[in-house]
Design a protein around this ligand. Structure first.
Ligand SMILES: O=C[C@H](O)COP(=O)(O)O
Length: 256
């Protein structure tokens, strides 16, 4: 591994899944399976629903498994019923937060400027923002993938970003939860474009160290191939992260 190559990160996005009793068991299995060998090679993060962030953070003390939120409000506090601020996530023990996931962009109509404001809030609270980008099937078929991803990056990444407070996740919308994945060559093309764009957005000195995750139907069976792609520095895992053995097997792609 070259000196500049970022340490890999595998993050599990549990989405709106998980009740306390059954989830604590899964998290315990993740802790148990995060062996010294795996810890030496890859960072692990679990992003449970907001109701479980505090408990998971407490349970994870001393395990080196990081905990993240799945979204945050741009403001620190106020009359925003149902929302959670980045400061609240940090207070609950989170170190990361996903922003701009396609499900937020689609179902909550979040635009790049909203995502950027949330990433700013994450940084203000001392969290690492995992900024998600990705094209729809229509955009890919129209040959617009790179243009769409570049535009999302320019609009969503705050100016104060660096390799410590920013992770980028490339998730083609059509690959999420479908069992479909782009070819390794397609992933390589998009990740190279993201790295190039980061040079402008984060700065030449630090851009090579920003982790770029691939997300969308990552499974134990395809993890090794996807994680081996140039400029892929880990994975954002949805469905497979709900099963500890599968999540750990994906991270295990970095053992070989
Ligand atoms: O945040 C995770 C992604 O949406 C991927 O979900 P998936 O692994 O179930 O396709």
């Amino acid at each position: 591994m070259s000196v500049d190559r970022p340490r890999p990160l595998v993050a599990g996005n549990w989405k709106m899944n998980g009740l306390m009793r059954s989830s604590a068991k899964v998290l315990g299995e993740v802790h148990a399976g995060y062996t010294p060998g795996l810890r030496a090679r890859v960072d692990l993060v679990v992003c449970p629903p907001a109701t479980l962030v505090s408990a998971f953070a407490h349970m994870s003390v001393g395990t080196r498994v990081g905990i993240g939120g799945q979204d945050c409000h741009a403001k620190e506090s106020g009359a925003f019923t149902g929302d959670v601020s980045a400061e609240m996530l940090a207070d609950a023990g989170a170190a990361y937060v996903l922003v701009g996931h396609s499900e937020r962009r689609q179902y909550h109509k979040e635009k790049d400027a909203d995502v950027c404001a949330k990433a700013v809030a994450a940084h203000r609270a001392g969290l690492t923002a995992i900024v998600c980008v990705g094209e729809t099937r229509e955009e890919r078929e129209a040959g617009k993938t790179l243009a769409v991803v570049r535009k999302q990056l320019r609009g969503s990444i705050p100016v104060d970003s660096n390799s410590h407070n920013l992770v980028v996740a490339y998730e083609p919308v059509w690959a999420i939860g479908t069992g479909l994945t782009p070819t390794a060559a397609d992933v390589a093309e998009v990740h190279a474009a993201i790295r190039e764009e980061l040079k402008r957005l984060v700065g030449k000195a630090d851009h090579a160290k920003v982790r770029i995750l691939y997300g969308g139907s990552v499974k134990p069976s395809n993890a090794a191939e996807l994680m081996a792609v140039e400029n892929v520095n880990g994975a954002l895992v949805g469905g497979a992260s709900l099963v500890a053995a599968d999540f750990l097997a994906i991270a295990g792609a970095y053992l070989s």
